[in-house]
Design a protein around this ligand. Sequence first.
Ligand code: 5GP
Length: 120
Amino acid sequence: MAYDSENIFAKILRGEIPCDKVYEDDWSLAFNDINPQAPIHTLVIPKGAYVSWDDFSEAASADEITGFVRAVGHVARELGVAEAGYRALVNIGANGGQEVPHMHVHIFGGKALGPMITKT
Ligand code: 5GP
């Protein structure tokens, strides 16, 4: 799947759409989810143009991967959820329920989150 530079997170990265920014560094941007599913629900995205975790894990440089993974951990600690625990989640593609085609990690926290996945 080719990267769509008009996706909503690309627009946020370019500053064309506002976000509730939590953290930014050379590799990543973190902002609160517009439709939170937990008391803390923050998204961390790489600055590079990657469609998904699948794309990122295959094509990103070692520096991008290291910078991004460190940013996710840093953001969780900055949000104050690391000690009590939290959930980091990545939806990938259609079956994964990914809606926005720019790689992102969800950070959920602020309460006990219950089972990992709803059985259907
Ligand atoms: P996905 O299903 O792709 O893993 O998650 C996309 C997430 O992006 C959803 O939780 C959704 O609420 C969030 N989202 C969609 N559009 C916007 C937006 O314009 N701003 C912010 N902050 N979050 C958004």
